[in-house]
Design a binder for this molecule. Structure first.
Ligand code: ZN
Length: 130
């Protein structure tokens, strides 16, 4: 099954440039210092349009997760999609790899890593030793 490349626009270009460089980048408002993700043009707290990119350590815990099933093509491996609370204070959605479905729980410690799927660089999460 082919991966659909992410939709990259001027608001998210920095994020995908970071992924290609092996960095998880998030936006910080230069007015009120709010950290935010996913990428967007304005701060949801104060409406400021100015921001800078900061590198996240990419460590966090699973807030919630689902076992995703493709509607027409069976996945070779179970596809677990996680919503992660990053220690920086933002949430991020990505796939979780290398953890059997029976061991996936909320609060599971995870860390980001980067891999290419069908030539598309993507951030994903894996279990983190604590
Ligand atoms: Zn702000």
């Amino acid at each position: 099954m082919a991966v659909i490349p992410p939709a990259i626009d001027r608001d998210s270009q920095f994020f995908w440039d970071g992924v290609r460089a092996g960095q998880l980048l998030v936006q910080r408002c230069t007015d009120c210092a709010e950290l935010r993700h996913p990428p967007g043009p304005a701060c949801p707290e104060c409406g400021c349009l100015a921001w800078k990119a900061e590198q996240s350590a990419g460590c966090g815990t699973v807030y919630s997760w689902v076992l995703s099933h493709h509607p027409t093509e069976a996945d070779a491996e179970p596809r677990v999609v996680v919503l992660v609370d990053l220690e920086d204070g933002v949430r991020m959605v990505a796939n979780l790899l290398g953890v059997p479905v029976a061991e996936v729980t909320n609060d599971l410690p995870v860390e980001v890593f980067f891999t290419e799927v069908d030539g598309v660089p993507l951030p994903m999460f894996r279990r983190r030793a604590v």
